[in-house]
Design a binder for this molecule. Sequence first.
Ligand SMILES: [Fe+2]
Length: 384
Amino acid sequence: MKPITTFIRHNGIKVLLAAEKGVRGISQKKLCGNLYDVEPKYVGTSVKIIRETNDTSYIAKYDKNGRIDSGDFKILVTTDLHLGDDMALTRKALTMLSKHVAEEKPDLILFTGDVVLSMCQQIDAIQFGAFMEKMGVHWAYVFGNHEAREEKEYHKYFLMKNLSSFPLCLSKLGDENLFGYGNFIINIMNSETSIKQSLFCFDSGRDIIDKYRLEYNVPAEMRGYDFIKNNQMNWYKNNLAEFKENYGEFKSMMFMHIPIPEFAIPMDFDADNNLGTPNGNGEILYGGMYESVGCSQFNSGLFGLIKEFDNTQAVFSGHDHVNDYCALYDGVYLVYAQCGGYETYTLEEKTGWSEDKWVQGVTMVDLHGDCSFDLRQRFNRNYL
Ligand SMILES: [Fe+2]
């Protein structure tokens, strides 16, 4: 049972949202039309949802005979589309995304945050959802620091509620007792009784705020970006144990917006030249570092937990728009998803490079039936 204050807050705001929707719809003639004026190609899918709980979707790819296909499963990951109020840049980001989707025909599209950031974010999130549905591929949206205004306020609640109501969207509000909104899991099944890969998606929050100093023992001097909280880590741990009991051995990946502090370990950053160089603490498998790692100053211990349970193979993040490296650090792949947006800083500002060298694009994750996987970068610059 929700507290009455939560009930009033969540429902009272519906009136304001309706007003926002009406005003915007009338002023921009958006509500009945194709909001973004980008018509993506329909790709379709052979993926079906087997079953769902409040925070977990069990999905599988099916063959022509209606049997679960235990072969390859393709995930397209992209981040920081920064769809804002500059419609030309918004259309450019969505057009590029739709080209990658049409060419790759992924089985799942995953966004690691900072996607819809316009002034009327609630309305445009609905428009974004409508755009995604047109491609006919399952998709999921993890919150970034810019989706948040307050961690437990109506804004994020409604955003996730609206996004998760789209039939092909696999995002879920999740357990409301956890930090943030939208901590959810996608279990990609190899059969009815075995998991190919478990995708743990976290709301990585926004900034360290004063109340965390008491709640999570964050030292007084620490400021800046947020971190994964204890209750989210317990949720991860408990679900790993439950899945193992129910389905036997499996492997997992994590998806979140703000990178964990370990992303900074394998590279040394030279702020004068906006360039990172590998330092031997891990292996850089591809990509570059053109800005410092925007992680939290507070390390809440997620990587330690990953090592302890030896189940998660890769951690994907967004947030740092011009970093696109993949590092193998202490046996775990730390992967920056390619940024897909243009209404933000670019490599031109950071390095002076022209657009034919920018890193905007998507990261392809080819999952194999034996729980192994391959990563591929695909760049928007090929479509210029
Ligand atoms: Fe961003």
